[in-house]
Design a protein around this ligand. Structure first.
Ligand code: C2E
Ligand code: CA
Ligand code: CA
Length: 234
């Protein structure tokens, strides 16, 4: 499924995040929070993750024909990037689908991007050298200090949706968002806020200098057909 990402300023669609769905015959819709860890444990995340990336890149190529600046974000599991062939696969997928790397973002969680590993840092550099941007997902939920932003390999930071839940009542959450935006912009990182569900929430965060917003208010994750109907039919 694809969930729209919109510009914080005016709410126009700038891209989408690809979110895996699994319709099971026995259990019905199984949430990704359940099946992704299972795929990771079994190693099946490798073929499935490749399939997801390929499908998302192909879809993005189609949508860039309508909007050349459309950006597709794809979640990556730590298992996928630990695989030796990850980089060549990424590169060949972009080539095969003829997608400009600037239209692709890969998302990794904060906890994982904060790891002090030389091999990983090298990999992130290589990904960015391809022209693919890296987003730090679920920012604010890990245990890393803000120092992570200083030498961060991330081009985009996605503030976790827990920070929007009490935004109207919590001074802390509002200040946190503003603070992260300022800090990130200082070091040339774009900021996305996840989980905006109501017009009131949008009104509150609309003035905080965010770059993009993602949330049910602008669209739920949905199949490509309805996404197109909703966001690309003038
Ligand atoms: P995530 O990457 O943080 O994705 C955002 C989650 O927040 C999605 O849940 C999305 O449906 C939900 N969401 C978006 N807007 C709102 C909102 O306004 N309110 C609320 N309450 N929720 C909102 P989803 O699709 O259930 O995915 C859960 C997690 O599963 C993802 O969190 C991601 O970590 C993982 N996941 C999903 N697809 C993939 C995939 O293809 N590969 C990998 N490795 N992980 C995936
Ligand atoms: Ca994500
Ligand atoms: Ca997230």
């Amino acid at each position: 499924y694809y969930q729209p990402q919109v510009a914080a300023r005016d709410g126009h669609v700038t891209g989408a995040e690809a979110l895996a769905r699994w319709q099971c015959e026995k259990y019905g819709q199984v949430p990704p929070a359940v099946f992704i860890p299972l795929l990771e444990q079994s190693g099946l995340i490798l073929p499935v993750g490749r399939w997801i990336l390929q499908k998302a890149v192909r879809q993005c190529k189609e949508w860039t024909r309508i909007d050349p600046d459309f950006v597709m974000s794809v979640n990556l599991s730590y298992v996928q990037i630990a695989e030796d062939d990850f980089l060549p696969f990424l590169e060949s997928t972009l080539k095969e689908e003829r997608l400009d790397p600037k239209n692709l973002v890969v998302e990794l969680t904060e906890t994982y991007l904060a790891r002090e590993s030389g091999t990983l840092k090298q990999l992130f550099d290589q990904v960015r050298a391809l022209g693919v941007r890296i987003a730090m997902d679920d920012f604010g939920t890990g245990y890393s200090s803000l120092e992570i932003l200083k030498n961060s390999p991330a081009d985009i930071v996605k503030i976790d949706k827990t920070f929007i839940r009490d935004i109207r009542t919590s001074r802390f959450d509002a200040t946190f968002i503003r603070f992260v935006v300022e800090l990130c912009h200082d070091v040339d990182i774009r900021v996305c806020l996840e989980g905006v569900e109501t017009p009131e929430e949008y009104q509150t965060v609309g003035q905080m200098g965010l770059d993009t917003i993602q949330g049910y208010l602008f669209g739920k994750p949905q199949p490509e057909e309805t996404f197109e109907e909703k966001f690309f039919s003038e």
